[in-house]
Design a protein around this ligand. Sequence first.
Ligand code: AMO
Length: 444
Amino acid sequence: MDIYNYNKGFELLKNRINIGELEKIEYNKEVVLAGWIINIKNIGNISFIILRDQTGDVQITIKKDIFNDLEFIKEFSLHTFIVVKGKYVKGIAKKYKEVVAEEIYLISEPADRLPIDENSYFEKRMNYRWIDLRDPKKSLIIKLTSYAVKYIREYLYNNNFIEIFSPKIISTASEGGAEVFELNYFNRKAYLAQSPQFYKQMAICSGFEKVFEIAPAFRAEPSFTSRHLTEFTSFDVEIGYISSHYDVMKVLEEIVKYTNKKIKENFEDEIKKYYNVDVFIPENIPKIKMEEVYEIIGKNNIKENGDITSEGEKILGDYVKKTYDNEFVFIIDWPWTARPFYHMKGEPMKNGMITTKSFDLLYNGLEISTGSQREHRYKILLEQIKEKGLNPDNFKYYLEFFKYGAPTMGGFGFGIARYIKQLLNIENVKEAVLIPRDPNRLEP
Ligand code: AMO
């Protein structure tokens, strides 16, 4: 067998099916498969290769009486990429479908020993992310991200939302000064967008009633946590003509319900197999006012500005699970001190603390979304900018959007990676993106 006859190998690829498609093939038919070798076992006159493509693994049985000489197997190592022509048989192996090989060609041989396996430490796996992702448990994360975004879009298009594409090079930081990447823009200062906040609101001022965007957002967060990336995919919604932040929460609740339902319908078995979790579909998401949340989580978990710690989020998540049997909860009516200038103020707390018409959505004890009704009245918005100690000159263009008549509006930002992390109960958000970016990582 001349396994190095590349032309024959390439020729075979014309008829290649994927391993998953064996499902539909009759026994004793000839098939062509290709993929990575993930295991080789030699027992005298017979060798077994486990071959992997994106759709699964299959056992390739290589018999001496077919090939005469099995010396060529020595050329193979882990993750050699081969193409095989053979007969699909009703094998005796329980775990794998079986193909008895008739021709095998090498497509590409590893130039070196595999640098990682599934037990390698996290940073090393990330250095070799493409190999890491050949593991079906890992690639499921990427597939689910794709489908989650598809279902989200599906819901939004079915409900008359318009998808917008706003600039990522901008002149003003929307979400606060410290966490913004600065760049040189033809000798002027510019920033990478932390969110599409200003432009999704502009779209509402332009007369679009319901808009969304799914795009990169950048945060210069120096923190090394399991929740933060410096670049993430932000799913943003903005809705006009609303009567309060409750209208916005209603939409978010429907999206989460729809998306989780679709994911469960289509991926339940794989999620169970690899992550041993059941996908929860929320019928009704409980809403708890921040002033009550303070009582539930205790003083130690309240930050100086009225925000809550990640430990506080976990405690609340457990509380909601026990009390409401729900994996989701809205924390509503946040204190003004913990929210950005563009949130609309609401009724004060019992202790007099000023609140905003805002919410966070927690999924299994982690914030996955933040939203609010926005302040759309020019004069009040200007006052709020000053009240936050910001310079109105820096918000000149944003303020202009509200100067010539504006509807009421509200919306939210939603972290896709955090959502997937919580859905699968993954340790680190960096596992939930194709290639993570953090303060130390710019490669691969
Ligand atoms: P916020 O800053 O809370 O709100 O971001 C919205 C959501 O985006 C996700 N997220 C992140 N995910 C990974 N790494 C990060 N560093 C990171 N930062 C945020 C979270 C978060 O809930 N403009 C507002 C939204 C709005 O009011 O419409 C905003 O950006 O899941």
